[in-house]
Design a protein around this ligand. Structure first.
Ligand SMILES: NC(=O)c1ccc[n+]([C@@H]2O[C@H](COP(=O)([O-])OP(=O)(O)OC[C@H]3O[C@@H](n4cnc5c(N)ncnc54)[C@H](O)[C@@H]3O)[C@@H](O)[C@H]2O)c1
Length: 261
């Protein structure tokens, strides 16, 4: 089951910047009308303005179910349907695990994981009733591989988004709805604005995969929707690491501990 983007309608969260903005542009170029949502209303309006008549902006905080309901209602009122939902918001709490307080964990879980859960509750009844559509969840390489020990709330929630997405595919595919889990490696965006640091600042940990501009990531998302692909990576090296880890997880962990220790 694939969605034809020409003539489709998409709602994207966190679309005022970075990967969400790039996806909005790629989808619009392929003929999709886009509800550009972001907690920053000015950014959402700016991106919708870049897209012209093909887009409408909405302020939407993914921690507020009512904001997601309003975005759904706006999509229906302006464009008559919803075909694609991209849950794209992610924030980070960075520091040694003993320095990150419980409140910071709760905030990251509320945004990164429960933001997707809220969206599912709002949009899936619509997609299930029409028996078609596509859900894109933005996780991260940090949701697949064990590197981010300096950002454990991020790593844990992104792993949860990967697991949620894969299990969701089991439920939705037989019902005519596709699921993509986008797991980017480094992408040049404004993500640093969404990072809260705790304790002594240290250089960030992570695999040395190439950093992409956001624009090609938008194209990767659009291609994944049109081909019905589940796992969308931005760095092929991620797949190499996944294979290495699957073949011998003990040796893989030894290697990463040695590199990062
Ligand atoms: N940039 C990277 O290297 C990278 C790598 C892997 C995964 N990701 C993931 O990609 C996604 C997009 O990040 P990005 O890099 O484009 O960052 P970005 O900061 O450029 O864009 C994120 C947008 O989300 C918005 N936002 C923040 N909190 C929000 C909330 N509560 N509700 C609604 N909107 C909110 C921000 O205003 C911003 O416009 C995130 O889930 C991130 O974890 C990014």
């Amino acid at each position: 089951m694939t969605v034809r983007l020409d003539g489709a309608v998409a709602v994207i969260t966190g679309a005022g910047s970075g990967i969400g903005r790039a996806a909005a542009h790629s989808l619009a170029r392929r003929g999709t009308r886009v509800v550009v949502t972001d907690v920053d209303a000015g950014r959402a309006a700016a991106v919708a303005g870049e897209l012209g008549d093909a887009a409408v902006a909405a302020r939407c905080d993914v921690t507020a179910a009512a904001d997601l309901e309003a975005a759904r209602d706006l999509a229906l009122a302006r464009f008559g349907r919803v075909d694609v939902v991209m849950n794209n918001v992610g924030i980070l709490a960075v520091g040694a695990v003993e320095d990150i307080p419980l409140e910071a964990w709760q905030r990251v879980i509320d945004v990164n994981l429960l933001g997707v859960v809220r969206s599912n509750l709002v949009f899936l009844p619509l997609l299930l009733a029409q028996g078609s559509g596509h859900v894109v969840n933005t996780a991260s390489t940090a949701g697949l591989l064990p590197y981010g020990f300096d950002r454990l709330p991020y790593t844990a929630t992104k792993h949860a988004v990967v697991g949620l997405s894969e299990s969701l595919a089991l439920y939705l595919r037989p019902r005519g709805i596709g699921v993509t889990c986008l797991c980017p490696a480094g992408v040049a965006t404004n993500i640093i604005e969404n990072v809260t640091f705790f304790g002594e600042p240290k250089p960030p940990r992570g695999p040395r995969f190439p950093v992409l501009d956001a624009d090609p990531v938008g194209e990767i998302v659009a291609d994944a929707i049109e081909t019905g692909r589940f796992l969308a990576l931005t760095a092929p090296e991620t797949a190499d690491d996944l294979r290495e880890r699957a073949a011998d997880i003990e040796a893989y962990l030894d290697r990463i501990v040695g590199e990062q220790g």
